[in-house]
Design a protein around this ligand. Structure first.
Ligand code: 1CP
Length: 348
């Protein structure tokens, strides 16, 4: 059984109550990638500023984090950053290329590359910029909780080994089998770095955290257990006392294994019904998800029918936080997101 991180209290915001396994009076909702390109105010804030520079400028990161809260009235903010930020802070040569994503100057392909990567360490001093950004955000958010996040080692390894985004995480999966000792050194190092990033956000006031293992769905359940679960477990263990959410896409067959990583809450993508997700996680785990992002562009009555289905299915779990099954597509009309929040908050 997954025990709540700490007992629920009367002062918990609704989303924290749900993350602890209880049903608040109102259905809590936020959206993965709620900050970002769907918002004109984001595009204005980011004009002329490189992605990683924006992440490492505390006042700007705080402002961008707050934008979707102001506009949509969502139940939580998610810290504006990226899964590769802690690697950048450790001194690794990584940049975020517009329209593509994270790109590494020295992909890890052999022993020397791995030794070079793992010689970097993420110090507490380097994390001060994150703590400043989180503190500034939390102060301006008032009662609305901030969710911190990090990338899970498997997903990060897929970028580090490939050198950039990839379709099937082929090179990483090859390495996990061909050189298991190197794979363990790589994912242990990534777990330490991601864990330190999470811990810094919690120290500075994040009320929950989410671990993104976005590409775990390229693994079989058996491979997930041997190549991804151990380091994901270590990353999550870096924080305690706040609810932890564990999310990936294409994970229908991995949900029960993911539960073993120790998070209190499982984030579910749109490829599985929440009833089935609840069954696969033993019926005792609060679930988050799983609106199909494609339906954000459908006429409202079609989207509303889908929302109703998602919420009905979510009743199979002890508690449910409404979210998408993956991130907000950049071309989404932001008004649709605001309407979903209003809908969720005014349901009988
Ligand atoms: O509101 C928010 O959620 C924004 C904060 C956020 C988060 C949680 C960003 C900003 N990135 C992330 C996490 C992240 N980064 C994930 C996990 C979430 C997911 O699965 O979508 C992943 C896989 C990344 C890697 C990444 N960074 C990509 C995907 C590349 C691929 O493999 O397809 C991309 C495009 C980025 C850059 C990035 N990160 C965030 C933004 C707003 C952007 C676009 C930057 C730009 O303006 O160019």
């Amino acid at each position: 059984m997954t025990a709540p991180a700490t007992p629920a209290t009367a002062v918990d915001p609704p989303i924290v109550t749900a993350y602890r396994g209880l049903r608040p009076a109102v259905l809590p909702v936020w959206f993965m990638r709620q900050a970002g390109r769907s918002l004109p105010e984001y595009r204005q804030s980011r004009a002329g500023v490189a992605m990683l520079d924006a992440c490492l400028t505390p006042d700007l990161a705080a402002e961008i984090t707050l934008q979707p809260v102001r506009r949509h009235g969502v139940d939580a903010a998610i810290f504006f950053s990226d899964i590769v930020v802690p690697l950048k802070l450790a001194g690794v040569d990584v940049s975020i290329v517009p329209g593509r994503g994270p790109v590494f100057g020295r992909p890890v392909r052999d022993e020397a590359d791995l030794a070079d990567l793992t010689a970097h360490t993420l110090t507490d001093d380097a994390l001060v910029v994150i703590e400043r950004a989180v503190s500034a955000t939390v102060q301006q958010l008032g009662p609305v909780p901030l969710i911190g996040f990090a990338g899970a080692p498997f997903t990060l390894a897929s970028y580090v080994v490939e050198g950039g985004p990839s379709k099937d995480q082929l090179r990483a999966r090859t390495m996990a089998h061909a050189d298991p000792a190197a794979w363990i050194r790589l994912t242990d190092w990534l777990a330490a770095v991601s864990g330190a990033f999470l811990a810094a956000q919690v120290r500075a006031g994040a009320r929950a955290v989410q671990l993104f293992d976005s590409w775990a769905g390229s693994l079989s359940a058996r491979d997930y257990r041997t190549t991804a679960l151990p380091a994901a477990t270590r990353t999550l263990a870096a924080v305690s006392g706040v609810p932890r959410v564990h999310f990936g896409t294409g994970t229908a067959l991995l949900l029960s294994a993911m539960r073993d990583a120790g998070a209190e809450v499982i984030g579910v993508d749109h490829r599985i019904d929440l009833r089935e997700a609840a069954q696969r996680t033993g019926g005792v785990v609060p679930l988050q998800g799983n609106i199909d992002p494609a339906l954000l562009a459908a006429p409202w009555p079609v989207l509303e029918r889908h929302l109703t289905e998602v919420v009905e299915a979510g009743r199979a779990a002890p508690a449910h936080v409404l979210n998408l099954g993956h991130g907000v597509p950049p071309e989404t009309d932001p008004g649709v997101l605001t309407r979903i929040v209003e809908w969720a908050h005014t349901r009988p």
